[in-house]
Design a protein around this ligand. Structure first.
Ligand SMILES: [Zn+2]
Length: 440
């Protein structure tokens, strides 16, 4: 190496240093790829305490121990991710009667959820019981519901400490705001008294305006009808997504809605009962404060997934508690059906026929009426267990009297029956389109 090549080497070395320094400086001041991060939102809705896969699903999807395994493997591919549930996590199967949904919150906590919203089935037993459920479950995440009026509720202070309007999740320095909107259907209002559920749209706009400048990403977690959630997605400024629950709608491809802020916002929902996990991807440009939708995918919780042993153990403990509560073996076979028993709103619906005939026979009345949409699971052909029979009509347990559904008996006049059939079959007069009375 002569002197010239030494000089050249030195010059090149210097150039490299300068180049490297320039590169470093540049990366700190402008939006290079490392300032655009990938964010994944995993979500579920309407699990309704289906800890095991519902027997009626033809593909045997679901089961929270399998859902946990699937989430673990999905999270491995998404280092920056949050997990949300869009409400109705509790009431819906017999497991709710054990402790009013504490068991579900604890399982979701173990699975690693970051926050959940309150659904109508989570507040059906009133605000005091919901408050007790959230407090006693002692979970790491926050339970949300923003659109509430506490003016007539004496326990408001305590309630508002435990159930929050929104939460800001911080993950790897990124702030993700999640606003919770609960269900405000008039048919559920009486159950939450004296707390009043207010307009989810007005509350979303109010909360979003206050939160937008404080976070990098802003999500609405809304347990409202899918159509209403699309409107909320359109009219709430500054939001990046609406994670929906309540309608049990299976959204395989994200519904993109033009938001008034001038960008398209995805609205997504995963059917129900823990059968699917939704996976929503965003590119978050931290420098320019831009959040761009990337993709959406729905993952079925298939029966070939291994069960997460910790979750399996938690569910086995709930099974034991349930046997004690019921005072019987809930897995005992008590009947057999040659045909699948479904609850579709039709004269041919085998399950509805069986239900109203059972009600009629038990009460020795001349006619019986059952609200089809409030029945629980359908049953496949084959053996029927105590648990199946219960979960066909699992609704409303009174934790004070320890009694469930009340069968009401009355001397119905022709006018009464006429009114009921009008309500059932003229959905345009009253907004009862999906109520589906079944009359025998
Ligand atoms: Zn609901």
């Amino acid at each position: 190496m002569n002197i010239n090549s030494i000089i050249l080497f030195f010059v090149l070395f210097q150039f490299n240093l300068v180049f490297a320094n320039n590169f470093q400086d540049k990366s700190e001041t402008s939006a290079l790829p490392d300032q655009v991060v990938d964010l994944t939102i995993f979500h579920t809705n309407d699990i309704h305490s289906h800890m095991h896969a519902p027997k009626s699903d033809e593909f045997h999807l679901g089961g929270l121990a399998r859902l946990s395994t699937l989430l673990k493997s999905l999270r491995e591919q998404s280092p920056l991710a949050i997990t949300l549930d869009a409400g109705d996590w509790s009431e819906g199967t017999w497991y709710y009667n054990i402790d009013a949904g504490q068991n579900m919150l604890r399982i979701l906590n173990q699975i690693g959820y970051d926050t959940v919203v309150v659904g109508n089935h989570d507040y059906l037993s009133g605000p005091d019981l919901l408050l007790g459920t959230v407090k006693n479950a002692r979970v790491n995440f926050k339970v949300l519901a923003a659109n509430l009026d506490f003016a007539n509720y004496t326990n408001a202070g305590e309630f508002q400490q435990s159930i929050l309007p929104y939460v800001i999740l911080e993950k790897q320095g990124i702030k993700i705001g999640v606003i919770g909107l609960t269900q405000n259907g008039y048919e559920y209002a009486g159950y939450f008294k004296p707390v009043v559920v207010t307009s989810p749209l007005k509350e979303a706009i109010k909360q979003a305006r206050a939160l937008r400048s404080k976070v990098d990403v802003l999500i609405l977690l809304s347990h409202n009808h899918f159509i209403l959630n699309e409107q909320i997605a359109r009219l709430t400024p500054g939001i990046d997504a609406v994670i929906s629950g309540h309608t049990h709608k299976k959204i395989s491809k994200a519904v993109m809605v033009w938001n008034i802020s001038g960008k398209k916002v995805p609205v997504v929902e995963t059917e129900a009962w823990g059968k699917f996990i939704g996976e929503l991807h965003f590119k978050v440009d931290l420098q320019n404060k831009k959040v761009a939708y990337e993709s959406y995918q729905l993952h079925p919780v298939v029966p070939t997934l291994k069960e997460d042993p910790v979750i399996s153990q938690m569910i086995a403990e709930e099974d034991q508690k349930l046997k004690q509560l019921a005072g019987m073996d809930t897995s005992q076979i008590i009947g057999w059906s040659e045909i699948p028993l479904g609850s579709h709103d039709s004269r041919e619906a085998g399950l509805c026929d069986l239900l109203v005939k059972s009600l009629q026979k038990t009460t020795q009345s001349e006619a019986a009426i059952e609200l089809v949409s409030l029945t629980g699971v359908d049953l496949p052909a084959g053996p029927i267990t105590v648990m199946d029979a219960h979960n066909v009509m699992p609704h409303l347990y009174n934790f004070e009297t320890k009694k469930e559904w009340t069968i009401k008996l009355w001397k119905a006049s022709g006018r009464d029956l006429g009114l009921i059939t009008k309500i059932a079959y003229l959905p345009n007069i009253l907004p009862l389109k999906e109520t589906g009375f079944f009359l025998f």
